[in-house]
Every structure is written in structure tokens, then in C-alpha cells.
Ligand binder design. Structure first.
Ligand SMILES: Cc1ncc(COP(=O)(O)O)c(C=O)c1O
Length: 401
């Protein structure tokens, strides 16, 4: 079975990070500060603040901007569903703006339609690493005096007119989850050029305890998961766990288990900072390798697969290869699995947050959600595997009518 994703465990990176566990606490402070400085430099903003996760960074930004119960926050209609409870917990009302079916990103026009007297902020995502039309959205928001928050969870390294995403809005959030470009087994970053906002968030973070154990535990769990994915038993397990009948239950179980292993909103640790600092230095090289393979696979996909239009507003960064299939994706995934190709499980790409919120007027998000499949692509994937992926998809596209 070709798994849909793999997690990189580089010995040198891990060995350096493990040394942080033996270092005195002042060293962790220094390592986290060094990572924050390097990250701020990379994005080109004065402040980067390391957080417990991307969603933690979003919560801190919403609080820091003073959003309160009853305020409206415009969000993308196609994004991570787990952001909704975090918004709702503050009594903030999420209002979904539909996406463009080609770019899968929100557009200035869609955002404008949702602006109202109670709009207090606009959250946009650079989905799957492709920059949204951030300049036009910021211009629109400026006219109304509403701050823009950029969700860069997928998009570290993407640029618009040579400037990194995350440097356009009032604040941005990044994720350092195990599958992201800078993978630190959890963690996130908030960036901003707003000194007052940075000071407010810094004060909140100062009250947190730095505990290495949750991050290390998570690294172990991910390592164990990776061993299963790389083992010969994975094909059989995947067939059992991701079958039509069980995929929904497995998806819920996996998301909940990940929530538990994520731990409380503690402080970013020295172990994570060392790992993140090394991986930040490798972002461009990794992106180059993965983007080249991505382009090669995309160039050979059968016509029934449409990939996201990615260069409309800037230079994209690599994030998972996702394509929309013009047919029944449940049948496609089941047939692919029988052929030894893991295309992910239901709801795994992104969620139709409009539907989750009870809005029925976001056809772009509904379309993407019902068509999107994840196509396996990992760093260092051998050519023969790539050829097998394309050949299998070719055959299935012809067979499934
Ligand atoms: C679009 C989007 N936003 C935010 C996040 C949150 O990041 P984290 O998992 O670090 O909380 C994710 C996670 O993958 C995401 O996909």
C-alpha cells in the first residue's frame, strides 16, 4: 500500500532536539527565542511568537484583537472544521465566505458579500499552500477598518510579489504539526507587525509552563504511527480501518486522539524549538524537491482529476497534493485501496465549514468537499512509486464511470 503521507524523521534533526531535553531551562528559553527571531526574519515581520499549535495561535490572535461574544468573524467556507469550536467558545459568530472553485481560496468578492455591521475580523487561508488574493482582501478590509488574519498553516514559504504570506494581514498563524513544512511535533507561530498585539499575546504566553513531556510523547506516538505506515501490515490495516463503513468512525477517532495527544496549551519547548530551527533552514530545499515531483505527477494525471489553480495570486508553497475527481470519490477511494493506493479518508482534505455552520449558500465549498482526494506524495518518493500512482489513477478513471 502506498500511504497518503509520511512523516520525516531525520536522525540529525532529532539528535540535536533530544540534546535540548538534557539542557537547563534557561537554554530552552534561549532556543525558543532564537527560533522566534529566525521565523520573524523568514516571514519578514518584526514579531513571531511560538505557541502550542496553529489553532492556539488563532485563539490568541482573536483574544488579542479583542473579539468578543456577538462579534462576527468571516472565515473560509472550506477550511479546517476544528477551528469552529475554538471560535464558538468565545461566543464569536463565524460567517463563511465561499471559495472560488478553481483556486479553492476565498476571493475578495465573496468576502465583500459577507461584510456587515458586526464584522470584527476576516480570517483567510492560503489553502494547500496557494496564496489567496491577499492584497485585494486587505485593501477591502482596510476600507472598512477590519483586521485580516492570515491562516498560513499550509503556506510557509508561499510568496506574493516576493513577500512571504503572513506579512500582509494584521496577524498570521502557522502550524508546526508533524506533517507541515516545519514539523516540530506540534506547536504553532503567530506573526504580526503590530507591537501592541504582539505585547498582549506575549503577556498571555508568559503565564504558561514549559513542559517537554507532551511534545516528546507526541513525537513517540507519531514515530509509532509512522512505523505502522511503513510496515507490510499497513495495507491490511488500511483496508480494515478506512473502509467505507468505518472511515467516518476512524476519522472521528483519529481527530479526537490527536486532540488528546496534543496536550494542554502549554508553552513551546526547547525540544520543539531546536527541531523547528533546523527544519526552517530546510524549507526552501524541501519545497523545491516536493514541488518538482508534484508538477511531474500533476502533468500526467488523467483529465478527470482537476488540481487547484495555484499561481493566480503569487508563488505557492508545497502542501499535500489534492485533486478534485469528477465522479464518486467514495468508490474511487475504495477501488484505489484495493489497488494498493491510499487516497485518504472522508473529510480528510478540508471541511465544508459552511455546511457545518448550517449555511446552504456556499456551492464552491460543497463542490470541493465532495470531490477532493489526497494523492500520495512524499519527500524522496521513488520514481517507480510515482509511476504506479499515475498508472493506477489512469486505470481507475477509465473504469469508474
Ligand atoms: C487550514 C488550517 N488552519 C489551521 C490549522 C491548525 O493548525 P494546528 O493543527 O497546528 O492547530 C490547520 C491544521 O492543519 C489547518 O489545516
Amino acid at each position: 500500500m502506498i500511504p497518503r503521507r509520511r512523516i520525516a524523521f531525520e536522525f540529525d534533526d532529532l539528535a540535536d532536539a533530544v540534546r535540548a531535553l538534557l539542557a537547563p531551562p534557561e537554554r530552552a528559553e534561549a532556543d525558543v527565542a532564537a527560533f522566534e527571531r529566525a521565523f520573524a526574519r523568514y516571514v519578514g515581520v518584526p514579531h513571531a511568537l511560538a505557541t502550542a499549535s496553529g489553532r492556539d495561535a488563532l485563539g490568541l490572535i482573536l483574544d488579542g484583537l479583542g473579539l468578543r461574544a456577538g462579534d462576527e468573524l468571516i472565515i473560509p467556507a472550506y477550511t479546517l472544521g476544528e477551528l469552529l469550536p475554538l471560535i464558538a467558545a468565545r461566543g464569536v459568530v463565524a460567517v463563511p465566505a465561499d471559495i472560488d472553485p478553481a483556486s479553492l481560496n476565498v476571493t475578495p468578492d465573496r468576502v465583500a458579500r459577507r461584510l456587515g455591521p458586526r464584522t470584527r475580523a476576516i480570517l483567510v487561508v492560503h489553502l494547500l499552500g496557494a496564496p489567496c488574493d491577499i492584497r485585494a482582501i486587505c485593501a477591502l478590509a482596510d476600507e472598512r477598518g477590519v483586521p485580516v488574519i492570515e491562516d498560513c498553516a499550509h503556506a510557509l514559504g508561499a510568496r506574493v510579489d516576493g513577500r512571504a504570506v503572513g506579512a500582509f494581514g494584521r496577524a498570521a498563524l502557522f502550524s508546526l504539526e508533524a506533517t507541515k513544512a516545519v514539523a516540530a511535533f506540534g506547536g504553532g507561530v503567530c506573526t504580526t507587525a503590530d507591537d501592541a498585539l504582539a505585547a498582549t499575546i506575549r503577556a498571555r504566553l508568559a503565564g504558561r509552563t514549559r513542559r517537554e513531556r507532551p511534545a516528546v510523547r507526541k513525537a513517540f506516538v507519531k514515530f509509532a504511527e509512522e512505523m505502522v505506515v511503513r510496515s507490510p501490515a499497513y495495507g491490511l490495516l488500511a483496508r480494515l480501518m478506512f473502509s467505507d463503513r468505518r472511515a467516518g468512525g476512524f476519522d472521528r477517532f483519529y481527530r479526537r486522539a490527536n486532540e488528546r495527544v496534543r496536550g494542554a496549551a502549554g508553552a513551546f519547548t526547547g525540544f520543539q524549538a531546536r527541531l523547528a530551527l533546523r527544519r526552517l533552514a530546510q524549507v526552501e530545499a524541501r519545497d523545491g524537491r516536493l514541488s518538482a515531483v508534484r508538477d511531474e505527477i500533476v502533468g500526467q494525471l488523467p483529465a478527470r482529476f482537476t488540481v487547484q489553480r495555484r499561481d493566480g495570486s503569487g508563488t505557492p508553497a508545497f502542501y499535500n497534493l489534492v485533486a478534485l475527481f469528477d465522479g464518486d470519490i467514495v468508490a474511487l477511494r475504495a477501488a484505489a485501496q484495493r489497488a494498493g493506493l491510499d487516497l485518504g479518508i472522508g473529510g480528510e482534505v478540508m471541511d465544508d465549514t459552511a455546511a457545518m455552520l448550517g449555511f446552504g449558500d456556499c456551492p464552491g465549498a460543497a463542490h470541493a468537499h465532495s470531490r477532493a482526494v489526497l494523492i500520495p506524495l512524499h519527500d524522496g518518493m521513488p520514481r517507480r512509486r510515482r509511476e504506479r500512482i499515475v498508472a493506477t489513477l489512469d486505470r481507475l478513471a477509465a473504469e469508474l464511470r
